[in-house]
Design a protein around this ligand. Structure first.
Ligand code: ASP
Length: 439
């Protein structure tokens, strides 16, 4: 059994967390390839090392004295090294870093040092080999991840290493400079490593016990989702539920490698399994609920709209010309609504209205702002009668007016639009009916 195991920043934020990580790795012989993040927050308003590095580099680039900022970063690493009782010096690394900061080696280079140094410490602590991600993860000239080159070189390299630590978040460009993925990108590295070594499982250790049925800021202590499919995850992530970097799914998904989200602070909990497909029924009819505020709807009415050939296309053309992408498009016989992001739409709304008048001569156009969208997602909905009915009766009971409904054709999700002020209450009502009362 080969497992690729990624630990997030809070899992490696200090000595105590490093020890937990060490115990987790030692507990399972299959945990052979480890991908660490940079040290994250130790407490709520702490600063992540990655952010400290960006800040330090900004100071360096301006030609100002950055030695104090660098010292604070050094201190974070030395506290860990000393706490673990390791005889390891990073002085040489820090000297190189300092010179590269002065030489303006780039923001990405600066940020990548967070994972690089943490990787060196972790490898030393575990007595695993250290493989610099710059030697095995590649980007092309345009800065896009080069999957083919990476896969070839990385898999060859991993085959000759029984156990290794590969720092997350970065790789190298064809001109040997360092490039990072977007924030949270160590998740992506973990997935790439899992694919390259053809792992049986990609474990992603973080500080929550998996993917939650609903946002814990809205629902107190929500249930954990035991098993979720990639498709369900995508629907929920799109609507704002985040545990994993979006790009982390593609490499492993292609290979059918499941991802297991686990909690470093509660290692006995099994977390969430993310799989391609499953015969396991989810515990509840729905798998999860997520949502976002900040939408507006543009509703267009025109008599006999249904028989006017090309009406929809002409409407969408106006949005396209004004570079507004739309989220949903529920329609009736003589009505059509376009749901857009309010912040994108606001500045250009009058141009869009004028365009619509010109293109389709509508009878009425109405704009409504302050809309929140809620996605109720679940593979179980396909085979269950009355899911939509239950959602709407729950919302009616909670006296919430539903502004819009859109069921995806895959029957995997139902999207509901409500006023922003009803958002939290709506989520509570839906959670209540499916998870608490389970009817
Ligand atoms: N350290 C990087 C960040 O803070 C990458 C990661 O943690 O995945 O975004």
């Amino acid at each position: 059994m080969i497992k690729v195991v990624k630990f997030g920043g809070s899992s490696l934020a200090n000595t105590e967390q490093f020890q937990k990580v060490g115990d987790i790795i030692k507990k399972d012989d299959g945990r052979r390839y480890i991908v660490p993040s940079a040290p994250g927050k130790r407490f709520a308003d702490d600063i992540k090392v990655t952010d400290m590095l960006y800040d330090c580099y900004n100071t360096a680039v301006k030609g100002k004295d950055f030695s104090k900022k660098l010292d604070t970063i050094k201190k974070r690493y030395y506290e860990i090294i000393e706490g673990l009782g390791l005889s390891l010096s990073l002085e040489k690394e820090f000297k190189t870093m300092e010179a590269c900061f002065i030489g303006k080696a780039g923001r990405d280079y600066a940020a990548s040092r967070g994972e690089y140094l943490n990787g060196i410490i972790l490898a030393h602590y575990l007595e695993y080999e250290f493989i610099d991600a710059a030697e095995v993860i590649f980007f092309d000239e345009k800065g896009n991840f080069d999957a083919e080159k990476t896969d070839q070189i990385l898999s060859e390299r991993l085959l000759i290493s029984e156990r290794a630590v590969i720092p997350g978040f970065y790789g190298s460009m064809p001109n040997d400079t360092i490039k990072t993925f977007s924030r949270g990108g160590s998740d992506v590295t973990g997935s790439i490593v899992a694919k390259a070594i053809k792992a049986d499982l990609y474990e992603n250790w973080t500080d929550v016990s998996g993917f939650l049925v609903a946002d814990p800021r809205i629902i107190e202590d929500p249930e954990v989702i035991n098993t979720i499919t990639y498709k369900e995850l995508r629907e929920l992530s799109y609507m704002g539920a985040t545990v994993l970097h979006e790009d982390a799914i593609f490499p492993v998904r292609k290979q059918g490698i499941p991802i297991n989200i686990r909690n470093t602070n509660a290692p006995d909990e099994m977390g969430t399994m993310i799989v391609e497909s499953t015969s396991k029924r989810s515990e509840y009819t729905i798998t999860g609920i997520a949502g976002k505020k900040g939408f507006a709807t543009v509703s267009i009415e025109k008599d006999m709209m249904n028989s006017e050939l090309g009406f929809g296309r002409k409407v969408l053309e106006v949005f396209e010309k004004n570079k507004i992408s739309f989220e949903h498009m529920p329609s009736g016989i003589d009505t059509m609504s376009i749901v857009v992001h309010q912040s994108e739409f606001e500045n250009i709304e009058q141009e869009v209205l004028a365009g619509l008048h010109r293109n389709v001569q509508p009878d009425v156009i109405e704009i409504e702002s302050g809309i929140a969208l809620i996605a109720v997602v679940g593979r179980g909905m396909k085979s269950t009668r009355g899911t939509a009915g239950r959602i709407f009766s729950a919302l009616a009971h909670a006296r919430i007016n539903v502004k819009m409904i859109d069921q995806g054709s895959s029957e995997l999700n139902i999207i509901i639009g409500v006023k922003e002020e009803d958002f939290e209450r709506a989520i509570r009502a839906i959670y209540d009916i499916f998870v608490i009362t389970k009817i």
